[in-house]
Ligand binder design. Structure first.
Ligand code: SF4
Length: 704
């Protein structure tokens, strides 16, 4: 059998994989040397992904009437009938806004496209959101507000062309390992290249930096404004770029005028000298590349943080050029594809917006549906679906390829809401997960190896991912399940797809003339020519390489006047700062080997050996005050919930701050759920919850 070229289904780096048959019903995976993003490299997750293909798969539909009953096996026919009947009843009695679908960055682009077409185009509600809301929606709103459109402007080749990498809110070494490998190799070979890491923890990423700014949690905007103050004071700016290509500079300059080094250093908990060194590195670099991820996005002021970072690039003209620009690192393998295909509740396909009347008309005409079919109101976001269950406004929740009973904030509240759900459908490849316990109907979905589709990685590169394995049991592709429900609801002509290639072809046509134009792409084209960056227009099969590599090379943005917008923000700080009752800031994050809620990696032996248990990092000084020793069992309590972890004493975490990994749910470590403590306060623009910080107290419950 020929070698299959596909994509790693874990993180947004999007490493190319080669898969070859190993033993009977088993596969061997290695890095694809010809994949331009990863150049043959893979981390432990990609290398071991085949281990989880067969384990604990959901093999056939299961149903029950109430959550206290056991599941019974059902046929697809029975399950689909129940779903369709329920949707019809709710739609006619309570209206379409009582229906919600909550999808996933694990979806292929085709899955997203069909699901949101069903909800937004046919059922008349924009209540289709995805777990990407918890991951990168602040990056989306930051790009849109600053540039007039979403879309990371940079590419991975910039990692090896920069003079200074400014990494903020990203433990790249552990969470996007192959991006970091490329950068770290280049940094090591080029002593003049600088690496700045901004992170309250001394992570492996920070260890590799020339400068680690261990700022207090929530002070990112202070720091960014402080660097801007110094650059402006030194006239280390690009006046021509500011004049010709931007707007709102004076409001920005006014805001940063109070961010003196002394003020910023004291706000951020760093020294003036550290701040000045960061500004020096920016000033001395022709090309600065900023990388960020959850530490910026998962914040109640996530959009403001992203835009404050973009300000630095606008004032220095560091965008649209090799080795420079603001570059968000996407969490999931196809969160980018979701952004492109309308996979969030405020979006329509092709980077369009449900609020924009012209965009709605374009999509309605393309889909051949009546004018006014698409609601002008943004749908419920991830957390709004939970609150909708609490109030009774949501009567059907269809969750697919995600595990909210581990990943949502404020888990006790999330679980209580799900217990109240009148009808929850859970479409998933694995069983059990923590969420399956809250479902009325379980639908078995194919995964990664079994279905054909495309995924877009963080550098806008679209890779064809062919199904190469027989579906487990009766599992079906996510897109085909949504399409079948659509047909049964009476929308047969809108879901007459024979295969995912046809879905992609329809979707690509809908991107015509949009920033993410993919009209030049098809499954066949990508399969033959290899992964492609967009824009990739029809009749430009060999698209202008530089245009696709980087956006804004022509210095024209997607705003009405083609100018990028400066923003002007003061920080509001943490939504829940520490106080005498809850004196610590708890921050959450990831470890190198595990992925999200461990649905796959919890079933991978090598990764479990590497990271067998959750833990709580505490600074030795805090530990000494509370007489805590290494390995002692600690209970962390917030205003919402509590969890227990063994103590790990380390100077990597600052005094006053605690860290726990977010991966473990009750299936793998009962009572050690990081999100038991977190809260749902969200960014007003992106609606992304502040999963990165909450106030907690600490109690010693058992000594080693
Ligand atoms: Fe997969 Fe991300 Fe690791 Fe690459 S870096 S192998 S995409 S998990």
């Amino acid at each position: 059998m020929e070698t299959i070229k596909t994509l790693c289904p874990y993180c947004g780096v999007g490493c190319g994989l080669e898969v070859v048959p190993d033993k009977k019903q088993s596969w061997k995976v290695r890095g694809d040397r010809n994949h331009p993003s990863s150049q043959g490299m893979v981390c432990i997750k990609g290398a071991t992904v085949a281990e989880s293909i067969r384990s604990d798969r959901l093999l056939y539909p299961m149903m029950r009437d109430t959550l206290d009953q056991p599941f019974r096996r059902a046929s697809w026919e029975e399950a689909l009938d129940a779903i369709v009947n329920r949707i019809q009843t709710i739609r006619s009695t309570s209206g379409p806004d009582a229906l919600c679908v909550y999808g996933s960055g694990q979806f292929a682009t085709e899955d997203y496209y069909v699901a949101q077409k069903l909800m937004k185009g046919c059922l008349g509600t924009n209540n289709f959101d995805a777990n990407s809301r918890l991951c990168m929606s602040s990056a989306v709103s930051g790009y849109v507000q600053s540039f007039g459109s979403d879309g990371p402007p940079c590419c991975y080749d910039d990692l090896e062309l920069t003079d200074c990498a400014f990494i903020i809110g990203s433990n790249t070494a552990e969470c996007h390992p192959i991006v970091f490998n490329r950068l770290a190799k280049y940094h090591k070979k080029n002593p003049n290249v600088k690496m700045i890491v901004v992170d309250p923890r001394r992570t492996p990423t920070a260890e590799a930096a020339d400068l680690h700014l261990a700022i207090k949690p929530g002070t990112d905007i202070d720091l960014l404004n402080g660097i801007a103050y110094l650059l402006l004071g030194r006239q280390a700016i690009d006046p021509e770029f500011i004049e010709e290509c931007t707007a709102n500079f004076s409001a920005f300059a006014e805001v940063i005028s109070s961010y003196t080094p002394e003020f910023v250093a004291s706000r951020c908990g760093i020294t003036v000298s550290e701040l000045e060194t960061a500004a020096n590195y920016w000033e001395q670099s022709q090309r600065v590349l900023s990388l960020w991820s959850m530490g910026m996005n998962q914040s109640s002021e996530g959009t403001a943080k992203v835009r404050s970072l973009i300000n630095l690039h606008l004032m220095t003209g560091q965008i649209g050029k090799p080795g420079s620009g603001p570059f968000s690192l996407t969490g999931q393998p196809n969160a980018m594809g979701g952004r492109e295909a309308g996979g969030l509740s405020h979006l329509l396909p092709g980077y369009r917006f449900v609020k924009n009347a012209e965009h709605r008309t374009q999509v309605e005409e393309f889909w051949g549906i009546a004018p006014g079919s698409i609601s002008p109101n943004p749908g419920r976001t991830a957390w709004d679906m939970i609150t909708g269950l609490e109030t009774g406004e949501v009567e059907l929740l269809w969750i697919a390829a995600t595990n909210p009973v581990v990943s949502m904030p404020d888990l006790e509240r999330t679980k209580a809401a799900l217990l109240r759900s009148p009808f929850t459908i859970y479409q998933e490849a694995y069983y059990p997960t923590e969420t399956s316990a809250y479902a009325h109907i379980l639908l078995p979905a194919t995964q990664w190896s079994e279905k054909t589709g495309v995924m877009t990685n963080s550098e806008r590169r679209v890779t064809f991912c062919p199904g190469f394995d027989t579906p487990s049991g009766e599992a079906r592709d996510d897109w085909s399940i949504f399409a079948e429900v659509g047909r049964r609801l009476g929308f047969a002509e809108h879901f007459a797809f024979e295969n995912s290639a046809e879905v992609f072809t329809e979707y690509a046509q809908l991107t015509r003339g949009q920033p993410c134009d993919m009209t030049g792409l098809s499954h066949e084209y990508i399969r033959q020519e290899g992964p492609q960056q967009w824009p990739c227009r029809e009749n430009e099969p060999v698209h202008p390489a530089n245009e696709a590599k980087r956006l804004y090379t022509d210095r024209r943005f997607h705003t009405p006047d083609a100018r990028a917008r400066f923003s002007a923000y003061h920080s509001r700080g943490l939504a829940e700062p520490p106080d005498p009752n809850y004196p610590f800031v708890l921050t959450t994050g990831r470890v190198y080997g595990h992925w999200h809620t461990m649905t796959r990696t919890g079933r991978t032996e090598k990764i479990n050996q590497l990271h067998p248990d959750p833990f709580l990092e505490i600074h030795p000084r805090d530990a000494a005050k509370l007489q805590i020793k290494e390995g002692d069992l600690l209970e962390v309590r917030s205003r919402r919930g509590k969890a227990q972890f063994p103590a790990k004493l380390t100077k990597a975490i600052a005094p006053g701050t605690l860290f726990v990994p977010m991966h473990w749910g009750s299936l793998w470590a009962e009572g050690a759920e990081a999100n038991a403590m977190t809260h749902a306060a969200s960014c007003p623009d992106s609606k992304q919850p502040e999963l990165k910080a909450c106030a907690v107290q600490l109690v010693l419950v058992g000594s080693e």
